[in-house]
Design a protein around this ligand. Structure first.
Ligand code: 5GP
Length: 185
């Protein structure tokens, strides 16, 4: 990587609170977050190019062929991928760059960039996790159950991460991560 930018991988199942944590972290102007490509439909309120770049499967396949992703993975039937170019830019600009990606993608990035710092976020327990998934109300029951099962499987991967943070209280979890990343207020 050369320069002083840092790459931070943040994973955690749906309902772990990963998205809220990343939103808080990126209030710091020195921290940027990667915008992934995905083939899933936008949820209400999601904007193209902001939360994700929403594309068709054929476009996604083309980007794979062109080598535009540092990693990509299928999650609950949809494809998600991280573009490589913004990572280079962020590192060159000495920024801290967050990839909020699933465990399969995270392992690919750990493999390619051993200097990346990896953090796994967990809900405090199963009951809280399921409650958080239900509260979203953006997915139907079948989707919620699928995500719960996937979450349980994802938890098995936490052992591969440098740090594990339990998100019981959002502000405390953010503080813990800021401590890990040695960020001052
Ligand atoms: P969601 O559909 O709920 O936004 O995201 C589903 C899962 O895909 C989450 O675990 C999220 O972190 C992950 N994800 C988002 N972007 C990427 C990506 O670029 N690559 C990979 N491998 N996973 C991603």
């Amino acid at each position: 990587m050369g320069k002083n930018g840092r790459l931070v991988i943040i994973s955690g199942p749906s309902g772990s609170g990963k998205t809220s944590i990343c939103k808080k972290l990126t209030k710091n102007p020195e921290i940027r977050q990667s915008v992934s490509y995905t083939t899933r439909e936008p949820r209400e309120g999601e904007r193209n190019g902001i939360e994700y770049c929403f594309i068709e499967k054929s476009e996604f396949d083309k980007l794979i062929r062109e080598g535009k992703f540092i990693e990509y993975a299928e999650y609950c039937g949809y494809l998600y991928g991280t573009p490589v170019e913004p990572i280079r830019e962020a590192i060159d600009n000495e920024k801290l760059f967050i990839l909020a990606i699933d465990v399969k993608g995270a392992l690919q990035v750990m493999d390619k960039m051993s200097e990346a710092i990896s953090i796994f976020i967990m809900a405090p327990d199963d009951k809280t996790l399921k409650l958080r998934l239900k509260k979203r109300l953006t997915d139907d029951d079948a989707a919620i159950n699928e995500r719960f099962m996937v979450a349980k499987e994802e938890m098995e991967y936490s052992k591969y991460y440098d740090y594990c943070v339990i998100n019981d209280n959002l502000d405390d979890a953010v503080k813990e991560i800021e401590g890990i990343l040695e960020l001052s207020d």
